[in-house]
Each structure stands twice: as C-alpha cells, then as structure tokens.
Ligand binder design. Structure first.
Ligand code: ASP
Ligand code: MG
Length: 409
C-alpha cells in the first residue's frame, strides 16, 4: 500500500474530456490498497482570465478580494473531477485548501504555507475516497483565503505530501522530467533520473523553469521525494530527493542552465571613496531591484576612480536607469552604461565541491569558441558566466557537450 499525492496542472485539466483522461489514468495506475490524493490547478487559462476580469474593474491592487476571486478557479476543477471519479464508479470527495488544512500567511497573492493539518483528508481516505484538493490556496489565521503565487499548486502538493508523510509526490507536467539542459537548445539533452533538492533549486534560480522553487524548498524541508513526470506518457520521470540513490547518477555536473533575462550595468569611473557602493545598492534595493554578479574593479593607474559592474533583470532596466540617473547628480562618475543584450550560462552540480578544475574547463570551452566572459560568479554548487546574448545558445550546447556528456562518455 502506498500513499501518493499527484498534482495536475491547468493544461492537463483544461476540458471535461481531459479531466476524464486523468481520472481514467489514475484509476488504471492505482493499486488495490493505494491511497490517492490529487491536487489540481484551475482549468486551462482560467487564472489568467480571472486576472483580466479584475483588471476590467480596477487597476488598483485588491489583495484580499483578488485572492477570493483567483481561488475560485481551482474550486471548479475539484468539483468536476470528484464528479468524474464518481461517474467512473469510484468514491471521491473534493476539498478546498482550507478544508484540507492548508494554513498560510496573510501575504495575499504570494502567501506562504505555514502549516498543514490534513486530518480531514486522512479520514476521507480512510473512508475509501480519492481526495481531490484545490491547489494554490490556503487559509489565513483570520479565516480569509489567500493564494500562493503563480504556479503555487506545486507547492500545495508537496506540502500536503510532506505533512501526510506520503511515499511520493508526483508532479505531472508537459515534459518528461528534468533535463540536463534545455532540450530546445541542445537536442542531446538527457533526462535525469535523479537530482538533489539543492541542485534543483540552483537550476531554477539560474533559469530552468520546471517547478515553483518554493515547492522544491518544501520537498527539502519535509524530505518527501518529488517525481516530475509527463501527463502524456507512463514513463519514469525525474526524482528530486535529498541524496542520490544510484551511484552512477552522481556526476560532477548535473546540468547547464541559461537565462537571457539579464542586463549588465556599468558605472564607469566612479569616485573611489567609502560609502559609494552602499549608496548605489541601497537605492536599487529600496525599489526592490534584484542585483547579482557584482564586480568592483581596481584601476592601478588611477586610484581616484573605480568601475562598479553588476547585473539586473531586463524587466528592471527602465526603473534602474531612472534611479541611477538621479544618483549621478550627487555621485561623481564618468558614465552609466546598460547593456540588455547579455545572458547567463551556468553549470550546476553538487559534485563540483572540491573539484577546482571545473571552472577552468568551463572558461576554456568558452575561450576556444571566442565567447567573451564579462563577469563570473560562483556558489558552492554552481558557476555562472555572463556572455553576449547572441552567443548563449552556443555556450550552452558546447558546455553541455564537453562537460556533461564528455564526463559520462
Ligand atoms: N492556477 C494557478 C496559476 O495559474 C496556480 C497553478 O496553476 O499552480 O498560477
Ligand atoms: Mg505549473
């Protein structure tokens, strides 16, 4: 007997026919004594449509009322799916997030799951039901409903699986699993059998968009294995877990990620005195602009000035330009240059710890191809290079071929 939580996203439940497909699949795969909890998203583009309805009423943010509105999408799906199971002759019951015991913070639109009290789900399972739970929503201490941020159904599923000590949380999606790199860029990308929570979070941070990062964090917190697999096939997908269980799945490099949403900001010839960097980055932080890959260079010939270079998201460029132009009035600098045609290429792998040669190999591959590295940054399990956007796909293909595939050959 196994307790399994399965999550199906909006495109998997977009029509009544698709809902029946899921129901049939679940019943086919279910073993006699398995207990099944299903977490679903809103049908198709429902959430987007609800957002656009609200926009026709107001452009102001109405956190509480907006969440009441958005949370209705998932409630449509759970009711229909419970009916569909019953039509197929299996006992089923739907539950909203609050009914399933999902307690959240009051940060409307981006609430965090604080705790899960799944007693009602357990008793419904005990009574022989398949339980269908609305994803993306929780109940606030004051009884209000709050939503968990776009893509939040993943997080509901993993948190519920964790709190119920499920054997596995299966996330069904339109790809076959987690790949070593984007298969649309490198046709020789490999589906990974396993990846650790830490590596998956790092891949997500650096541009791979498979799952909501908070869901991976939840998995890590509760230690529940997450199986990312396809809605359209019965193939084994990728298991995200704490440690590798198959020795040969452990490599120096687990994946290559890319992110074209990066812009390089250069403050050239800035006066070199204490407090300048603090002033610049505080001004950006005050407006919620995320900065990473910071470099401050020393000019040996001219100690009076320095260059400060960093990256931001392309979406933040107009706001950053405004803030920096304003600072230019008080801080002396030669010029401000912003280049949006930049991209990040990163390698990720827990196996890189204590392997000093990997960085040199990565830089060597880029150098041989004449791809210039503008900035480098590292974490314990990743190395990122900023390169020209029009070369990033080449960079991904070559690094993947030589470092990932090469290592396995
Ligand atoms: N329906 C919500 C969204 O579209 C939550 C989810 O699908 O995970 O973001
Ligand atoms: Mg999703």
């Amino acid at each position: 007997m196994a307790l399994i939580v399965k999550k199906f996203g909006g495109s998997s439940v977009a029509t009544p026919e698709k809902i029946f497909n899921i129901v049939d699949r679940v019943l086919n795969e279910k073993k006699e004594n398995d207990q099944i909890v299903i977490v679903v998203s809103a049908m198709g583009d429902t959430t987007d449509e609800l957002v656009s309805l609200a926009k026709q009423i107001t452009s102001k943010p109405y956190g509480r009322e907006m969440d009441r509105l958005l949370s209705t999408g998932e409630q449509v799906t759970i009711a229909l799916m419970a009916m569909a199971f019953t039509e197929r002759g299996h006992q089923a019951i739907s539950m909203t997030g609050p009914q399933a015991g999902i307690q959240s913070s009051a940060a409307y639109g981006k609430a965090r799951i604080l705790d899960v009290f799944p007693e009602r789900v357990f008793s419904a399972l005990q009574a022989g039901n398949i339980v269908i739970v609305a994803g993306f929503q929780g109940i606030v201490e004051n009884g209000d409903i709050a939503t968990l941020g776009r893509g939040g159904s993943d997080t509901t599923a993993v948190a519920l699986a964790g709190a119920m000590k499920a054997d596995v949380c299966e996330i069904f999606t339109d790809v076959e699993g987690v790949y070593s790199t984007d298969p649309r860029i490198a046709s020789d990308a490999v589906k990974l059998q396993e990846i650790t929570y830490g590596e998956m979070l790092e891949m997500a941070r650096l541009g791979a968009g498979v799952m909501q990062p908070r869901a991976v964090e939840m998995g890590s917190r509760y230690g529940v294995p997450i199986h990312v697999r396809s809605t359209f096939s019965t193939n084994q997908g990728t298991i995200i877990r704490e440690e590798y269980t198959v020795e040969s799945n452990k490599r120096v490099i687990t994946g290559v990620a890319d992110d074209i949403n990066a812009a390089k900001v250069s403050l050239v010839g800035v006066e070199n005195k204490p407090g300048v960097a603090a002033t610049v980055f505080k001004a950006l932080a005050d407006k919620n602009i995320d900065v990473d890959m910071i470099v401050q260079s020393i000019r040996s010939t001219d100690d009076a000035v320095t260059d400060i270079i960093f990256t931001i998201l392309c979406d933040d460029v107009p706001l950053a330009r405004e803030i920096l132009d304003k600072l230019h009035e008080t801080i002396k600098m030669e010029s401000i240059n912003i280049d949006e045609n930049m991209a990040k290429v990163s390698i990720v792998g827990a196996g890189m710890l204590g392997q000093p040669g990997v960085a040199a190999q990565m830089f060597g591959i880029l150098g041989e191809e004449g791809i210039n590295i503008e900035i480098i940054s590292t974490s314990e399990i990743s190395i990122t290079c900023l390169v020209a956007e029009n070369r990033v796909k080449d960079a991904v293909r070559l690094i993947h071929e030589k470092l990932f595939l090469g290592e396995r050959g």
